[in-house]
Design a protein around this ligand. Structure first.
Ligand code: KIV
Length: 273
């Protein structure tokens, strides 16, 4: 008897087939509960290494480990049913060699059951992307601004503002597409360049701070909900949950201090929120 789930999740080939089609909707999530909410509205859930900033308060994504990604990837898989879940490969888990990348990616796929991995870099990572794709690992690329390289970049700056600087980014996009990635995140890239990349390469582009000229968009969930202490300028806020959460916590603290909370007769009754 088959034990396969009757629910069909989106796959990497489904997302690949959306080139020039209906825009791809993608958000980050790191937890089962937010994953369940995101899952109802998004095609792809990214377990981004931005969890280092958002969940752990690190300044950069450099300290994030493979074990951290696997733990949260597992949680997101438990919380979601429909979306393709993509787990970021953290800094240091794939750059040394294509074999290192394969071992890390296999751990991610086997231990989380997610559908794909994402890694940063263009031309320099193309051989690795081909190695993984040919061996059954669906890869999402990530070009333009690559936050894991912050220590060599020096700062987070938009890429490709003047046409003279386009060439290396175009080459990165082409290399990742030719290597067999099923889609590519294009981060902090000026609109004319994002449009050119999207028109040129065969796979869907998913922009973040790269305009509506891409085949889809991704944002960090906490940024667009108004929960992050600092957000990039390009992020449109769809909520202001930080103050709402603080008001709720204040209400709770005040109830506890005045002993105005429910007694034990209510404790074991679960109600749906
Ligand atoms: O880690 C992350 O959340 C990401 C997105 C910003 C694309 O890589």
């Amino acid at each position: 008897m088959s034990v396969q789930s009757s629910i069909k999740r989106k796959t990497a080939p489904d997302i690949r087939a959306r080139k020039h089609g209906e825009p791809i909707v993608m958000l980050t999530s790191y937890h089962a509960h937010t994953a369940a909410l995101v899952d109802r509205h998004c095609d792809v859930i990214l377990v981004g290494d931005s969890l280092g900033n958002v969940m752990h308060g690190f300044e950069t994504t450099v300290p994030v480990t493979l074990d951290m990604m696997i733990l949260q990837g597992h949680a997101v898989m438990r919380g979601s049913k429909h979306a393709l879940v993509v787990v970021d490969m953290p800094f240091g888990s794939y750059e040394a060699s294509k074999e290192q990348a394969f071992h890390s990616a296999v751990r991610i796929l086997k231990e989380t059951h997610c559908g794909a991995v994402k890694l940063e870099g263009g031309v320099r990572m193309a051989e690795t992307v081909a190695f993984l794709s040919e061996r059954g690992v669906p890869v999402m690329g990530h070009i333009g601004l690559t936050p894991q390289s912050i220590n060599t970049l020096g700062s987070f700056r938009a890429q490709g503002r003047d046409e003279g600087s386009w060439d290396p980014i175009l080459k990165d996009a082409q290399a990742i597409s030719d290597a067999g990635a099923f889609s590519v995140v294009v981060e902090a890239v000026a609109e004319p360049l994002a449009r050119k990349i999207t028109e040129t390469i065969a796979i869907p582009t998913i922009g973040i701070g790269a305009s509506a000229a891409c085949d889809g968009q991704v944002l960090v969930l906490e940024d667009m909900l108004g929960l992050s202490p600092r957000t990039p300028k390009f992020v449109r806020r769809y909520g202001n949950l930080g103050p709402a959460i603080e008001t709720a916590i204040q209400g709770y603290a005040s109830d506890v201090r005045s002993r105005a909370f429910p007694g034990p007769e209510h404790v074991y009754e679960m109600k749906k929120s």
